[in-house]
Design a binder for this molecule. Structure first.
Ligand SMILES: [Zn+2]
Length: 180
């Protein structure tokens, strides 16, 4: 077993690491707020940070040193794991928070995969628990997820406007009759 190092630098590392995860999850879901509200952002940030609870479970400890001393990240840090989390969130809170949780989770595992020791990205189909992606992958990931957020937001706002328009049309119909 890998010897745990002194607690303080590890704790600092953990805080910095989670802050980066919050920022990444927020960056890809901030766009959803105007249409879906802060619940979507909350779901995304929650999924993008709470996924690391699997480290605590796997290490059997919340001591940062012991969590970081794990040989590999747990299988939840995979495309399948994130999809599973999204499905659960979707079932409980609806598809919007479900999508947001998916985006937050993806931003998390891509960030973790950007440096050694990598993640079990294709678990349970692959036994490679140290899959890494090129360091720059985080940029297109955030751009794609952000763009997706913008598109979903625009679609949601448009359908909201159409509903409102349909309502006013019905309401104004009597006055719209031509008295010629
Ligand atoms: Zn992680």
């Amino acid at each position: 077993m890998i010897q745990a190092q002194s607690g303080l630098p590890n704790a600092t590392f953990l805080v910095a690491h989670e802050t980066a995860h919050v920022a990444a999850a927020a960056a890809c879901s901030l766009w959803l707020v105007p249409a879906w509200g802060f619940r979507a952002l909350g779901a995304s940030v929650a999924a993008g940070t709470l996924i690391d609870i699997d480290h605590a479970i796997a290490a059997g400890s919340i001591d940062p040193a012991r969590m970081m001393a794990l040989g590999a990240r747990p299988p939840t840090h995979s495309l399948a794991g994130v999809s599973l989390i999204a499905v659960v969130v979707m079932a409980v809170f609806g598809w919007r928070p479900g999508y947001a949780a998916f985006a937050g989770g993806i931003s998390h595992i891509i960030m973790d995969a950007s440096a050694a020791p990598g993640v079990p990205l294709f678990a349970p189909w692959s036994t490679d628990t140290h899959v890494t992606v090129p360091t720059g992958t985080m940029v297109p990931t955030l751009v794609v997820l952000g763009l997706f957020g913008v598109i979903l937001q625009r679609l949601a706002l448009r359908s909201k406007r159409q509903k409102k328009h349909a309502k006013t049309t019905v309401f104004q119909r009597p006055s719209a009759i031509h008295h010629g």
